[in-house]
Design a protein around this ligand. Sequence first.
Ligand code: KG4
Ligand code: ZN
Length: 361
Amino acid sequence: MLYLGIESSCDETAAAVVRAEGEHFTVLSNIVASQIDVHRRYGGVVPEIASRAHIEAISGTVREALSAAGVTPADLSAVGVTSHPGLIGALLVGVNFAKGFAAAYDLPLVPVDHIKAHIAAARILPEGEEPLCPPFLALAVSGGHTAIYVAESHTSYRQVGGTRDDAIGESFDKVGRLIGIPYPAGAGFDRLAAEGFTAATGKADVGEGYRAFSRHYAKYAGDYRLPSPALTDGSLDLSFSGLKTAGVNLLHRVEQSGEPLDRARFAAAYTVRAVDAVTAQLSAALDRYPATALAVAGGVAANSHLRRELAALAARRGVRLCLPPLSLCGDNGAMVAVATQDAYLAGIRAGDDLNASAADE
Ligand code: KG4
Ligand code: ZN
């Protein structure tokens, strides 16, 4: 089975062709037209500009995905498109293009949930690895989402925890901007934190530096101590707005004091709090919902500190960790194509009245 996946929910216009042999997926093409350079000067995504850029890019992106895969529309089993959640104007571009494409080539049209698609990327595994089958625990960490799910089937996810306000990626982006990291700040923040772990602890190995920093937080963070975003009410929830506000206030205090800002130490102190909280809530989720596998996906799944700490958690708990390669963490069409198969096999089809929705469901 061959699936075309189309994604336009935020600031990447993306299309991919994936071959599925049961639960084994081969990415035949994966084209991403990023708008990051356009939005960078505004410090974040400008929805109206995003919609216009999607309109300009979508035909060429889909054409390129088909030709790079060496397939024609007639070879496809279905076309899937992200229909929710996301920026409404941006989503509508992909949805309308997919509707026209499906009608023109007489293909089944399948609506796809962006978050389930991110998690589907964790099932694109290297050749020879066993497929990831439900039930499993899933963590979605992106610019817009931070949520823990029990995946009961590939189309049925039950949310058991997550942020009550801002998403983890959004908080990295907003605080990162204040310390001079261009949008999107996640990757720059990641590198700066690595410098901070080594500089503060004197340990050349970043993982060792991280663990020392985490264990002796008050000592190494010093004046840059921040609160944990993990809620202590017995839930599996987090508050990244709380961590972000504490970070913003701390930066203001440093500015007013006239002291030079130690950016790397700040990034390290912030990252430890974010990563430790997510890891702790996942560990608690494993206690409550015993699972043998954990899938982690979304743009923030590219964070090197989160990847390392999750690998350590999975090893401690004896669970299998499925993390997509860096190229499939951010928004892409391949993840949409895999989720297309899930919905397609479950009999989910859209008609030409398919609409986009900014909301989660
Ligand atoms: O999944 P994604 O591409 O788009 C959404 O669905 O939101 O995620 C984008 C987010 C941005 O907030 C970006 O800063 C963050 O992923 N990100 C990272 C890293 N790489 C990207 N955050 C932390 N560390 C990274 N290495
Ligand atoms: Zn996304």
